[in-house]
Design a protein around this ligand. Sequence first.
Ligand code: ZN
Length: 201
Amino acid sequence: MIFFGTGSANIASIKTRNITCQHCKNEDTIYINIYRKHFHIFWIPVFPFIKSGNSFCSHCKQVLKPKEMSDQLQLQYKNIKGNVKGPTWQFSGLLLLICLIGLIIYTTGRDKLNTKLYLSEPEIGDIYKYRVDNGNYSTMKLVSITQDSLFLSLNDYEISKRSRIYKIDKPENYPDTYFGYSKHEISLMEKDGTILEINRD
Ligand SMILES: [Zn+2]
C-alpha cells in the first residue's frame, strides 16, 4: 500500500495587467495560476515544498508554461509566484505532529510531578508501577500508611511490557498479604528507578 506521496493545490488565480495574449491578441484576459505541491502521509498534507504555475487566457484558453511566456508576462508571473502565500492546511500534518509531541511532553511532565506529589503525600489506593528484578513490570497497591511506613499489596501478576501494565492492574490481582516498606526505602526505590510511576484515581 502506498501511504505517502505528493499532492498539489491551486493557491492563487490572479489577473495580469497590460498583457496582450500572444495567441488571440486580446488584452487583459490572461490569468496566472499558482500551484503549491505538498508532501502527504496517509492523505494528510505534511508540508509544502515547491510552487509552480502557468498562465491562462480566459478568452482563447491558451495555457503557457513559464518558459513559453513573453518576458513581460514572465516578470508578472515571477512577482505573483514570489508574493502569494499558500494555505496553512498544507502544513496540517506538521502542526499535528508538533501538537502530539507537545502533548507527550506535557503528560510526561505531569506524570512525573504527580509521582513526586503522591510519594510525599501517599493515599490509600495509590498504585505503584515498578520494575521487577527479572526485567518484567508489575504494580503494588497502597493499603495502609503509618508515621514512617507504607504497606503495599503486591500484584500477583507481572507483564513484560511497560506500556501494558494497565492490563494487570485489576482489583482481584491484589492479594490480602501486605509488605511493609519504610517511607525512606520507597523514596530510594523511586530515585533508583525501581518505582516508575504512581497513579491515583
Ligand atoms: Zn488568448
